[in-house]
Structure formats: structure tokens, C-alpha cells
Ligand binder design. Structure first.
Ligand SMILES: Cc1ncc(COP(=O)(O)O)c(C=O)c1O
Length: 485
């Protein structure tokens, strides 16, 4: 008997449905990597993971701090005295010292231009949990949130799956560097109303995932004005706030609420330490709401996804160390900037352009010239070549709901310099092969499909199985499923 699917009556409709959004190439690519991960010596032909927005460039700084501060950890002989208090304590308000430190950190990340009230900080299991929590607070099943596209693929799961809130994409295009326009927002809002869908708000990721760009002050102001006029909410996912590596500076909605006359009850920030500190495993997510009712209700809901008090205890000390935080933020941004420069220059050398960006752990790569045809079928065909033959897990734009085929998100901060160099070499080979084919087409006039043969390994059909691996999907770790795959 099938564990899932065969007799879906055994499970709830929610569990049996595929509305988790994980059946997309974004997650398939992770599975391809998990099946055959690159290793410089043990598996040099393996797939290089460029589909994971992880910041692994500054771990040395954090490890150094941990070694110098044994008291901060309850699992050292210096810190074990605090063990009992931390082990028994779990209040869903969070440790006061943790909330104080996080509030200070959030202010620093935003250049010290704004302050945050520790009593408005609500904890959640990563930004994943924070995004779902805020949806549960603001919308009923069937209500909708507008979201500028391209957008983070897991929003479909995090914001919609369990809450039953609809996401209505507002298409942004390359002609203006994918900037959201108020005109497009108004149209999306009106279309929803005509379809009898209640729009409860707008959610944005600023800095953007996948674009790596930040929203300018004027646009943010007009968004705040728009939601104020319509009396709907604005949720700003600022998870990448400290990944800015060059101008322009990041402008947070928390600055704009100080400048624009608006009803603050409508403004909510989602934050996390997964990207800015590179700690996704710690599952530190934050909802910061200016609305008292949301803070109160969010606290109750947060009991389903608290941050462990052990993690709170450690981070309270680390984030309260201002000297460390200042050094970390400056150094992390410098390293991300260098990485971005090396990677984009390498791509430029082979004629590949990326959207100009100033933030994030990835580039939005323009592979439109390499498509056999300017369609999403053409994009998927190229993606298969990249994953099967070039052996890079990059994420196709369609999985971000991009309306133009040919864009790919490629992550550059989750690997060492050598692996990055190998990925650039592989991309060089891809472009070389494509140019060679172009010359052949010119000579014999026939259009060919881009196909490479870098390795004899072929894409495993299991990649498209329903049990897809993701850092947020526990299924493949289950012994039952492992026995089947
Ligand atoms: C825009 C955005 N929001 C939320 C998340 C989820 O982050 P977390 O690991 O803190 O749950 C991500 C992760 O990639 C993201 O890019």
C-alpha cells in the first residue's frame, strides 16, 4: 500500500493535496543535487548546488566568537551553570535578553537609522514560520495577498498551503528591471475585486529574492500610500537586509513609516537570521508588527514554532556584543561583494549578463540568448541541459513565477572559491558549446537543440518523484520513504 497518494482517504485533504508548491523545478533541482552531490575529489562530476541561498562566507567569524565566549553556551564547563534555567524555561514571549539583542541587531542592520521595540518582537521558526504566522493573523482562507513576481518559490507553501490564503502575482518585467509599478498593483487589485476576491494585503521581499535588488525609497513610499488608501496590509520580508554589498543602500519599511503619514497597524516586518548571519539551521524567525493586536495574537500562535531557548541564550550574548556585530556585518558584506564581483565578471567574460544587483546571495542570470525558443518549454529544455549535462543546480525563472522565459537564479555564497571556479568553468563550456552550435547552424542552416555531453551520467528520473528533498521537507529522511527510494 502506498504511504501517500494510493489511498488518500487515510490522510487529511490538506496533507493529500499537492498545494505545498514543492512540485516545482526549484525543489527538483535540490533533489538532483542530493542524488549526486559534487565533491572535489570524491565526486568531481557531481552536481554543484547553486540553487540554495545560503550565506556560508563568514562562518569563521562566528566560530571564533563562540570559542572566545564559552560562557554564552550552556554546553561548556564555563556556561553549564545556566543549563537548568535555560532547559526548563520556554515562554512564548522569548527571553527578554534575546528580544533586546535582536531588536538592537535589527536596528544596526538598518544602519542605525531606526530603532525597534523588543516588546514587538514575536518569534517563529525561521522566516518560513514567520511568514505563515503573519498570514494566519491577517487573512482568512480564500482571501488574497498581492505579491510582485518573480518571487521566492516557497512563498506558495509558506503563505498559502496551510492558511488557504491566495497569492496573486503582480507581474514585473525586465523592461524596467523588474520594478513594481503602482499601475500594475492597481490593476491586480481591481482584477481581484472584479473576481470577488478579497485582497487583504501586499507582501514583498525587500531585498528581493530572486532579483538581488532593493526597493527604492520612492517606490516603498508609494506602496505604503497605496495600502493606506485601500486599508490593506503591507508585509515586508526583510530577510536579506544585511546582504547589501554595494550602493544603493537598503531602505527598510521601518524608515518609511517614520516619514509617511500612515496607519501603522497595517505594517508588518518579517525577519530571520538565516541569511544575514548565515544561520538557517537555528530557525530564528521574527515577526515585527506595529499592530498591537497582531503582536498579541502572533505570540499565541508562535507557541507552534518557538526558537529553542538554548539558541536564544547563545544569540542573546552574541548579538549584544556590539563590537562583534559591527565587525561581522562589515566583513560579511565585503565578502559577499567580492564573491558577487568574481562571479558576475566570470559570467561577463563569456557574454552572460545578470540583472544589476546590490544585495542577496544570488544573481538573476539572463540566459535568454541561449534558449532554443523564447518559451517556458525552451527554458525547461535549457534547465535540463544545465542540470543533467553541465551539472549545476540553478533555478529556472518559471519557478519564481517570472513572466519572461530565460531568466535563472544562481546562488554564489554557499560554496568555497574553488567550487565557484569550477562552476564558472562549466558555464564557460556550456556557452562554448552553444557558440559552436551557432556556427554550425550558420553553415548548414539547420536549427539544433543544445545538448552537451560533459559526463556520462544522466538525470535521474527519481528527481521528478513526488518525494522531493528540500531543507524544509522532512519526507526523504523518513525511514519508510528511504526504504522505497
Ligand atoms: C524571501 C525569503 N523569505 C523566507 C525564507 C525562509 O527563510 P528561513 O530559513 O528563515 O525560514 C527565504 C529563504 O530562502 C527567503 O528567501
Amino acid at each position: 500500500m502506498e504511504f501517500m497518494g494510493g489511498n488518500s482517504q487515510l490522510l487529511s485533504k490538506l496533507a493529500a493535496s499537492d498545494q505545498h508548491g514543492e512540485n516545482s523545478p526549484y525543489f527538483d533541482g535540490w533533489k538532483a543535487y542530493e542524488n549526486d552531490p559534487f565533491h572535489p575529489t570524491a565526486n568531481p562530476n557531481g552536481v554543484i548546488q547553486m540553487g540554495l541561498a545560503e550565506n556560508q562566507l563568514s562562518f569563521d567569524l562566528i566560530k571564533e566568537w563562540i570559542k572566545k565566549n564559552p560562557l554564552a553556551s550552556i554546553c561548556t564547563s564555563e556556561g553549564v551553570k545556566a543549563f537548568k534555567d535555560i532547559a526548563i524555561f520556554q515562554d512564548y514571549h522569548g527571553l527578554q535578553e534575546f528580544r533586546n539583542a535582536v531588536a538592537k541587531f535589527m536596528g544596526k542592520v538598518r544602519g542605525g537609522r531606526v530603532t525597534f521595540d523588543p516588546d514587538r518582537i514575536v518569534m517563529a521558526g525561521g522566516a518560513t514560520g514567520a511568514n505563515e504566522l503573519i498570514m494566519f493573523c491577517l487573512a482568512d482562507p480564500g482571501d488574497a495577498f498581492l505579491v510582485p513576481s518573480p518571487y521566492y518559490p516557497a512563498f506558495d507553501r509558506d503563505l498559502s498551503w496551510r492558511t488557504r490564503v491566495k497569492l496573486l502575482p503582480v507581474a514585473c518585467e525586465s523592461s524596467n528591471n523588474f520594478k513594481i509599478t503602482i499601475q500594475a498593483l492597481k490593476e491586480a487589485y481591481e482584477n481581484a475585486r472584479k473576481a470577488n476576491i478579497k485582497v487583504k494585503g501586499i507582501i514583498i521581499a525587500n531585498p528581493s529574492n530572486p532579483l538581488g535588488t532593493t526597493m527604492d525609497r520612492e517606490t516603498l513610499r508609494s506602496l505604503v500610500t497605496f495600502i493606506n488608501e485601500k486599508e490593506i496590509h503591507l508585509v515586508c520580508d526583510e530577510i536579506y537586509a544585511a546582504t547589501i554589498f554595494c550602493a544603493p543602500k537598503f531602505v527598510s519599511v521601518s524608515e518609511v513609516v517614520e516619514e509617511v503619514k500612515c496607519n501603522r497597524d497595517l505594517i508588518h516586518i518579517v525577519y530571520s537570521l538565516s541569511k544575514d548571519m548565515g544561520l538557517p539551521g537555528f530557525r530564528v524567525g521574527i515577526v515585527y508588527s506595529y499592530n498591537d493586536k497582531v503582536v498579541n495574537c502572533g505570540r499565541k500562535m508562535s507557541s507552534f514554532g518557538l526558537v529553542s531557548s538554548q539558541t536564544q541564550h547563545l544569540l542573546a550574548s552574541m548579538l549584544a556584543d556590539e563590537e562583534f556585530v559591527d565587525t561581522f556585518l562589515a566583513e560579511s558584506s565585503k565578502r559577499l561583494g567580492n564573491r558577487h564581483k568574481i562571479f558576475t565578471r566570470g559570467l561577463e567574460e563569456v557574454g552572460i549578463k545578470c540583472l544589476d544587483s546590490n544585495a542577496g546571495l544570488y544573481c538573476w542570470m539572463d540566459l535568454r540568448p541561449l534558449l532554443n525558443e523564447p518559451t517556458f518549454e525552451g527554458e525547461m529544455a535549457l534547465w535540463r541541459v544545465i542540470i543533467n549535462d553541465v551539472r549545476l543546480n540553478v533555478s529556472p525563472g518559471s519557478s519564481f513565477h517570472c513572466v519572461e522565459p530565460g531568466w535563472f537564479r544562481v546562488c554564489f555564497a554557499n560554496m568555497d572559491d574553488e567550487t565557484l571556479g569550477i562552476s564558472l568553468q562549466r558555464i564557460r563550456l556550456l556557452v562554448g558549446k552553444w557558440k559552436e552550435m551557432g556556427a554550425q547552424v550558420k553553415n548548414n542552416g539547420r536549427k539544433k537543440t543544445l545538448k552537451l555531453n560533459f559526463s556520462s551520467r544522466i538525470y535521474d528520473a527519481a528527481v521528478l518523484s513526488p518525494h522531493m528533498m528540500s531543507p524544509h521537507s522532512p519526507i526523504p529522511h523518513s525511514p519508510i520513504v528511504r526504504a522505497r527510494t
